[in-house]
Design a protein around this ligand. Structure first.
Ligand code: OGA
Ligand code: NI
Length: 351
């Protein structure tokens, strides 16, 4: 969740999109040896501008060593983070302190989760919020392509809570809570640095967003696709949170839109991918960019990713920092509760 699907300016004509009943799992279909995208599923190939756009191959998303946030290198690292948020909206963090074993245990739990039959998985998948479901019913209007992936979602998950995700299987709960706690804490550490970069004290963004310790998560499995040109892993969208911290495997496929070109967010071993969400874009009065991103599929190998969305509480009031508003930079947003920001954001897309 925490994502809206936007028609990117570079997405052209509307495509015909039909979907299997949601009980169908792409993973199992592909494992059964599907050799082409079923006719009633894929979008037409007549126009697929996003893939036909030239990629910026020499552009690389920034890589930031955040171990330097502790110690004399803090100021310099805060500046690096600020630049990355401003110029890219996406960056990799390395030396983030999440223990390898925590990541490995999570991947193991991930594999076990997706080894379950689809109807078993569906029992504890919390799914997207209603407004997102409504959005996906408007796929044709939205110029969205059919998604070639399976996703599990958990919402308002406080990983400090021993009893979190009570409906999920036992094998998943402990490694997941440890993993999400670690990713959330990386996110909170980054929000401190980002607060400082905006001239505020470290705790500012966390406090103003309701000191929320719960996160949302999407656990994606992108199967290989017999014809990646007629479907997409994940449609172009921005995230509606403050910050997303994501673990991706080595496959690749994640891209961001920069200056109207799609740029790869290349897999980088032992790194996490971080991106600015809409709420942070609002707080920074658009200094920090919430950028469109998407995931392409390929014919060869599956891709896995796990995201951790840091969210304001629904009642917290989100608005641009007063000192960032001046004659040169007028306020781009007014103050609204996150609940309204969230709703308005999706409503404006659906309209
Ligand atoms: C998301 C997202 C990217 C990925 O879940 O919002 O953008 O790499 N995921 O799966
Ligand atoms: Ni996203």
């Amino acid at each position: 969740m925490a994502q809206a699907v936007l028609a990117s300016p570079s997405v052209g004509k509307s495509l015909v999109v039909k979907e299997y009943p949601p009980t169908m799992s792409i993973k199992e279909l592909v494992e059964k040896g599907l050799s082409s995208v079923p006719e009633n599923y894929g979008a037409s190939t007549q126009d697929r501008p996003p893939l036909s756009q030239p990629l910026k191959e020499d552009w690389e998303t920034p890589v930031i060593d955040i171990s330097h946030l502790q110690g004399p290198g803090r100021k310099q690292t805060v500046d690096q983070i600020a630049r990355a948020c401003q110029e890219w909206g996406f960056f990799h963090v390395v030396n983030h302190g999440v223990p390898e074993a925590v990541v490995e245990d999570m991947w193991q739990a991930y594999d076990m989760l997706f080894a379950l039959p689809p109807h078993e998985r569906a029992k504890f998948d919390e799914g997207p919020p209603d407004i997102l479901k409504k959005l996906s019913q408007n796929k044709e209007k939205m110029q969205m392509l059919a998604n070639w992936r399976d996703t599990m979602r958990f919402r308002e998950l406080n990983p400090d809570d021993e009893g979190a995700i009570p409906h999920a299987p036992q094998f998943f709960r402990k490694p997941a809570c440890e993993f999400y706690r670690a990713l959330r804490n990386v996110g909170l550490e980054l929000l401190e640095a980002i607060s400082e970069s905006l001239g505020m004290e470290a705790g500012y963004i966390h406090n103003v967003t309701g000191s929320n310790l719960a996160i949302n998560t999407s656990i994606h499995h992108y199967s290989p696709c017999p014809d990646p040109l007629v479907t997409i892993g994940l449609n172009p969208h921005t995230d509606i949170d403050t910050l997303t911290v994501l673990l991706q495997d080595e496959t690749g496929g994640l891209q961001i839109l920069k200056e109207d070109r799609w740029v790869d967010v290349k897999p980088l071993p032992d790194s996490l991918v971080v991106n600015v969400g809409e709420a942070l874009q609002v707080i920074s009065n658009k200094r920090y960019k919430s950028v469109l991103h998407r995931v392409n599929t390929n014919t060869e190998r599956a891709r896995s990713s796990i995201s951790c969305f840091l969210l304001p509480t629904p009642e917290s009031v989100i608005g641009p920092l007063a000192h960032l508003i001046n004659e040169e930079n007028p306020a781009v947003y007014t103050n609204v509760t996150f609940e309204n920001l969230f709703y308005n954001y999706f409503a404006q897309i659906i309209e």
